[in-house]
Design a protein around this ligand. Structure first.
Ligand SMILES: Nc1ncnc2c1ncn2[C@@H]1O[C@H](COP(=O)(O)OP(=O)(O)OP(=O)(O)O)[C@@H](O)[C@H]1O
Ligand SMILES: [Mg+2]
Length: 505
């Protein structure tokens, strides 16, 4: 048998504008293993992997593949050495107007060498075979990629990687937006790639994925390597302690808050196939958790509540009065604000700096005679950065350079000092580390304590149970069941979320 692939990264250093993101990092991975790479938001995981995939240049250090030193100046160099990656933002790697087959064979199509194997028939057959091997042959190779779901698009990328016989595959949080079933299907493929001898590097914030699927784990903290070892024998608690550098207990601290009058009410909301008659209400000081599987219609429902999409029928009442929301700005003006699921596209201005993102909703308050008071803007941003523990080199840093989880904190933080009454969160903890997650729960508690009403849409049932005063279960576009806090459990929620019906006793 051939020796397994071995990849080593040694003494890796990387600075951004003089600030160290990676300090003397060591990382190694072997063929035939799934190696988890863990760390809190901003620990440097993506940066290390961008160096390995040729997207960033390292300042110092060496990378060796099977003992041979690599000089990676571009993603093309990395691919030529057999290093590939699957990011969460799959769209960047796909061409939506092309078919599934063309996307799978994209690199072959783009290469300058011709030959018999470039005939459409041969390419299609190879694409089809690849999907079959992945157990994803339900995807027609003739479909345009634009029409596929996120999970299907990921399959296209995986099929491409399979054909290219990748040696090293980097997975940067691919499972964060997937449902449990999709995640299981995804891992079956990671195991298949591992069994074929690939070295698989897996980044995730869902720690159960590490203990269930990964052979070894490397943990980073503040840009440094802190631990590498076998996962067998490690508990989630061990992992968290290493990640945060301190023991961590409470994930869902919940403060009891007196509940007041109804602030927001939705009656029979309908739009398309996804929202089919939603009724809900939320009171002052109350957190309503709406739980449901991926695809249940939660995002679509939350978009109606903030005017991002228009109602086909139904009513939204704020403090007893009917309101008509044509756009999110209308909702914000009335005191209904949201932290959307796709923060990159909707929640934040990616090319603006942290300070401006945080101050935008209250610019008028920070201005005198139409001029922004820079000092107050600065103070406001500094205090939010401190309050939320946003990891950034300075408030002047552009948000696009923040790590994923820290971008999420900015998307939440910008609303905190507004005088909004209703806060709508759609999957706010996606891609957020466990420490930051508990910060977000703390913030939600503080909002409730200040008499705000919170609606929290999530597919993580335990989060819903942890944070909600009431837990509403959504399935196929309607609320099918509601529970008070403490009166339900995960099995019961899952039963109703997956279409279970009430049995008369
Ligand atoms: N292009 C860049 N310019 C400036 N700073 C950057 C850049 N890329 C990353 N950083 C900084 O480097 C640090 C590490 O970021 P990185 O994205 O590697 O974190 P991460 O471990 O992947 O976090 P997450 O779990 O949130 O994705 C962060 O402080 C980030 O702001
Ligand atoms: Mg990252």
């Amino acid at each position: 048998m051939k020796d397994p692939i071995s990849l080593e990264m040694e003494h890796i250093h990387k600075k951004f504008s003089g600030i160290a993101a990676l300090k003397d990092v060591h990382f190694s991975v072997k063929g035939g293993e799934i190696h988890a790479l863990l760390g809190a938001n901003g620990a440097g995981k993506s940066t290390l992997m961008k160096i390995l995939s040729g997207a960033y240049r390292l300042d110092e250090g060496t990378i060796r593949l099977d003992g041979r030193k690599l000089n990676l100046n571009s993603p093309r160099d990395a691919k030529a050495s057999g290093i590939h990656c699957v990011y969460q933002e799959v769209d960047a790697a796909l061409v939506p107007q092309l078919t599934a087959a063309e996307n799978i064979m994209l690199d072959q199509l783009a290469s300058s060498q011709g030959g018999w194997w470039k005939s459409p028939k041969v390419l299609q057959q190879r694409a089809k075979d690849a999907l079959k091997q992945l157990g994803a042959d339900n995807i027609s190779i003739h479909r345009k990629v634009a029409e596929l779901t996120l999970a299907e698009k990921q399959m296209i990328l995986l099929a491409r990687i399979l054909i290219q016989e990748a040696k090293v595959i980097i997975f940067d949080e691919p499972t964060a937006p997937l449902s449990q079933e999709e995640t299981d299907a995804f891992f079956r493929i990671v195991h298949l790639l591992k069994d074929r001898g690939a070295a698989c590097i897996f980044i995730t914030h869902r720690l159960a994925e590490v203990t269930n699927h990964c052979d070894r784990v490397t943990i980073m903290r503040d840009g440094s390597h802190v631990f590498t070892g076998e996962t067998s024998g490690l508990t989630i608690n061990n992992l968290v302690t290493q990640m945060l550098g301190k023991p961590f207990e409470e994930e869902f601290p919940k403060t009891e808050v007196p509940v007041g009058d109804v602030i927001l009410e939705a009656r029979e909301l309908r739009r398309g196939l996804k929202v089919r008659g939603v009724n809900l209400e939320v009171r002052r000081g109350e957190v309503l958790a709406v739980v449901g599987l991926v695809g249940a219609g939660k995002t679509e429902c939350s978009r109606l509540l903030i005017g991002a999409d228009q109602l086909e029928s139904g009513e939204i009442r704020l403090l007893g009065r009917n309101v008509c929301l044509s756009q999110p700005a209308d909702a914000a003006a009335l005191g209904i604000v949201s932290v959307p699921e796709e923060r990159r596209k909707q929640g934040i201005l990616i090319h603006e700096n942290v300070e401006r993102n945080l101050s935008l909703p209250i610019l008028s308050r920070l201005s005198t005679f139409g001029f922004i008071n820079r000092k107050r803007e600065r103070q406001h941003a500094d205090s939010l950065v401190e309050q939320l523990g946003i990891k950034t080199s300075s408030v002047k840093q552009e948000v696009k350079y923040l790590s994923g989880g820290n971008q999420q904190k900015v998307a939440i933080g910008k609303w905190l000092h507004t005088d909004a009454d209703v806060f709508i969160f759609d999957e706010p903890t996606k891609g957020v580390d466990i420490g930051a997650k508990s910060d977000i729960f703390r913030i939600i508690n503080e909002l409730a304590l200040a008499g705000k009403a919170v609606i929290y849409f999530t597919c993580e049932l335990d989060e819903g149970m942890g944070i909600g005063d009431r837990i509403a279960v959504m399935c196929e576009g309607t609320i099918v069941k509601e529970f008070k806090r403490g009166e339900t459990n995960q099995e019961q929620l899952l039963y109703y979320a997956s279409g279970g019906v009430e049995v008369e006793e």
